[in-house]
Design a protein around this ligand. Structure first.
Ligand code: THU
Length: 130
């Protein structure tokens, strides 16, 4: 299954009764395995989670920690920009040159990279004082 098809399908499972904005994400891990996630909202709003976070959690739960490709889709006027927190989450598990395709359900796509999505990212080197 393509990442696009996987993200498109899982988006329909999103639990988004508060925003009515369903998001689907699919990531390919270094093994080739595809992991999917959708946003899961909560009546206590800050407890909601993003689609990307769900896909990453599924990957890590399966024992993988390196992603090689990402696809995110939503019903929006322009390809969905991942939120800031999700950019940092993606950067935790993928190098700067990993391709991220952002899409609308109308078929618009924008291809970018983790590095372009999060320039100047915080990483472990920033905690090194030695
Ligand atoms: N959302 C995602 O799932 N991913 C993003 O990158 C942007 C926002 C979700 C969170 C919330 O459930 C809804 O979209 C509206 O913000």
């Amino acid at each position: 299954m393509t990442l696009k098809n996987a993200a498109t399908a899982v988006r329909l499972n999103a639990h988004a009764p508060y925003s009515n904005f369903k998001v689907g994400a699919a990531i390919r891990a270094v093994s080739g395995q595809v992991y999917v996630g959708c946003n899961v909202e909560n009546v206590a709003y800050p407890e909601g989670t993003c689609a990307e976070a769900g896909a990453i959690a599924a990957m890590v739960a399966a024992g993988e920690t390196q992603l090689t490709e990402v696809f995110v889709i939503a019903n929006c006027p322009a390809p969905i920009p991942p939120c800031g927190g999700c950019r940092q989450k993606l950067a935790e598990f993928g190098s700067g040159d990993v391709t991220v395709t952002l899409a609308t359900t109308d078929g618009d796509e924008q291809v970018t990279t983790i590095g372009d999505l999060l320039p100047g990212k915080f990483d472990a080197s920033h905690m090194d004082r030695s």
